[in-house]
Design a protein around this ligand. Structure first.
Ligand SMILES: Cc1cc2nc3c(=O)[nH]c(=O)nc-3n(C[C@H](O)[C@H](O)[C@H](O)COP(=O)(O)OP(=O)(O)OC[C@H]3O[C@@H](n4cnc5c(N)ncnc54)[C@H](O)[C@@H]3O)c2cc1C
Length: 435
């Protein structure tokens, strides 16, 4: 097995772009891919064996609503019966999680639980939020549903809200100790136990160069597959790939801070991930504007403050944070002022804490990682069509017997869960008669 990656990882220190970040942030640890990984918990056991541990970030917030993973300890400000009734709890919650993340393309183990979930999940975020009497619950749900990158009036935006809520209670929203690089390191250590080589800084320009490999699993989105493998694919399959649609992008800022963020609500310091948006209506209005291809003044901001929970992320006494807001795909509008104004609204004096910041426009992100087409971090829009046929009805398979796609442009879509690769590997193995 050989692996090719455009990234210089895991040889971080030899990377020029990485050194740039290090210089900017001095001793602040790598931030770019420092994410929360609720969806990754299914592969946790392997990663734990190879030295990556998750810190269970217990809580998240939206308009002063704090969610703890223990459903018994109800989210502060949420009307208990309507929220727990929607999510159900205990075993059922864990089953939803397992079903949704791991069994997307196979026969469900718990069809009734899945069907019960599906009855709610196919609704729009707004339709589900109508069930909540409390404005705080509605605001919380808006933030969760906004992870879909859809308008909150679109079908399936509710599914993402439900999924994020279920994960928050089933497994929390953990963050990897040491940042996302520790996931890559753990995977590389695991790989080294097989007969395999990892070739970093090696962009694959054409699949023709890999003619002695069989099968080839491509961690790319349809646009790139067309570029590097177009000649190997049938005409009709190429047409299907060309019609694949990408979702909105993100405008992201990494921060080195001289102290914790001065939240108006000190409970925010108990949350690794904070949603800043105000009410359901504010968040819904912003997401609609983005879906319409425009930019609004009051973005919905997703902010993470990992160093509060992981001391390895910043020098003693200092903090790190990152934040992003959604923007139309490929946007080149500078959202920094608007994004920081929104943080300042909930944490007056925030800008005084900033020691250094690094801004990533959608174009910057795509330059770093070709999969982030136009800044889309989910590998393509997750509307009904692309939920069912992602990227085509063939899912990970392509029109060529030996070529497979294993990126987030295949089921179950974006997120650090590893399941796209898992499904692609299973498909390839089954085609080649192995198990
Ligand atoms: C800023 C940001 C925040 C995010 N936050 C979260 C979060 O909190 N939780 C979560 O679950 N998910 C999060 N995501 C989303 C998650 O990272 C992606 O959905 C996931 O990584 C997609 O996986 P992938 O395999 O499709 O692509 P990637 O992880 O992008 O991997 C693709 C790899 O292929 C390489 N590549 C591309 N083309 C070539 C080529 N021609 N030759 C060789 N190598 C190539 C790329 O360089 C890259 O290394 C975030 C993403 C971003 C950018």
């Amino acid at each position: 097995m050989d692996f090719f990656s455009t990234f210089p990882f895991p040889l971080l220190k030899s990377s020029r772009s990485y050194r740039g970040v290090r210089n900017c942030f001095r001793d602040f640890w790598e931030l770019i891919w420092s994410l929360f990984k609720p969806t990754g918990t299914c592969s946790n056991s392997v990663l734990r064996c190879y030295g990556c541990s998750a810190l269970k970030a217990k809580s998240r917030k939206s308009r002063w609503t704090l969610v703890q993973s223990d459903l018994e300890a109800l989210p502060i400000g949420i009307a208990p019966e309507e929220y727990t009734d929607l999510l159900r709890k205990d075993e059922a919650t864990a089953h939803y999680h397992a079903e949704l993340v791991t069994r997307y393309t196979s026969i469900p183990k718990h069809p009734w639980l899945l069907a019960r979930f599906g009855m709610s999940a196919f609704l729009s975020g707004r339709a589900i939020a109508r069930r909540f009497r409390s404005e705080r619950t509605r605001a919380l749900f808006a933030g969760l549903a906004a992870h879909s990158f859809l308008s909150l009036d679109e079908q399936l935006s509710g599914a993402m809200g439900m999924l994020m809520a279920v994960l928050a209670h089933a497994v929390g929203w953990p963050i990897p100790r040491g940042g996302s690089q520790s996931l890559t390191n753990a995977l590389c250590r695991y790989l080294s136990t097989f007969e395999s080589t990892l070739k970093t800084s090696s962009r694959v320009e054409s699949l023709a160069a890999l003619s002695n490999y069989d099968p080839i699993l491509c961690d790319v989105t349809p646009r790139q597959l067309l570029e590097i493998g177009g000649a190997r694919l049938s005409k009709s399959y190429r047409r299907q790939l060309a019609s694949y649609r990408y979702g909105p992008g993100v405008f992201k800022v990494d921060y080195a801070l001289n102290r914790p963020i001065p939240w108006k609500a000190s409970e925010c310091l108990r949350a690794a991930t904070v949603h800043l948006g105000g009410s359901f209506e504010e968040i819904a209005a912003f997401e609609q504007v983005v879906r319409d291809g425009r930019h609004a003044d009051h973005p919905f901001v997703l902010l993470a403050q990992p160093s509060l929970f992981d001391s390895s992320r910043a020098p003693e006494g200092k903090q790190t944070a990152w934040a992003y807001c959604h923007v139309p795909n490929g946007s080149n509008v500078d959202m920094l002022e608007r994004l920081e104004k929104q943080i300042d609204r909930f944490a007056p004096g925030f800008r005084d804490c900033v020691l250094a910041r690094r801004v990533f426009s959608p174009a910057h992100l795509e330059k770093m990682d070709a999969n982030l087409v136009g800044g889309d971090i989910g590998g393509g829009a997750m509307d009904i069509r692309q939920f069912l046929f992602r990227p085509t009805w063939r899912h990970s398979a392509t029109s060529a017997r030996d070529i497979y796609i294993c990126s987030s442009s295949t089921p179950p879509g974006g997120g650090v869960h590893g399941m796209c690769g898992y499904h692609a590997a299973k498909t390839a193995l089954s085609k080649f008669g192995a198990r």
